[in-house]
Design a binder for this molecule. Structure first.
Ligand SMILES: [Zn+2]
Length: 131
């Protein structure tokens, strides 16, 4: 099942078509946040701008899934990893780490963004080992 774009996340998904990784930033308190929403979770400001992120981060925590997801999680075959990624910009994002053995993913591991093509021209951000 592919993720749907909401009105708040539309700019994010549009940018993924060019494999650009945008984060929403609050113009009032100048902090980034994740996930996309219409109001800043730090100060409740409503002036949002989108800035390109580095795509670099590290694994905060992970769970290895040994059985297929419900509903099946894209092309991921078990075992696969669902991780919380701490991005350089200071936000935490739920994603998958691919491109290595699921059991090799560990806390503090450096990761960078990689893209999985979706059927409608968008790309889903995923992460892979940075080195
Ligand atoms: Zn704010």
């Amino acid at each position: 099942m592919e993720p749907k774009a909401s009105s708040a996340s539309q700019p994010f998904w549009e940018a993924t078509k060019e494999q650009k990784f945008l984060l929403p930033w609050c113009k009032d308190c100048e902090k980034p946040f994740w996930y996309p929403r219409v109001m800043c979770p730090h100060c409740l400001g409503e002036s949002i701008e989108w800035k390109e992120a580095s795509g670099q981060g590290s694994v905060y925590a992970s769970a290895v899934h040994w059985k297929p997801g419900m509903p099946p999680a894209g092309d991921l075959k078990p075992p696969f990893v669902v991780s919380l990624i701490d991005l350089e910009e200071g936000v935490r994002m739920l994603s998958n780490v691919i491109g290595c053995e699921a059991t090799d993913v560990h806390e503090g591991m450096s990761v960078k963004i990689t893209w999985e093509k979706l059927s409608d021209g968008r790309f889903l951000p995923q992460f892979e080992p940075a080195s």
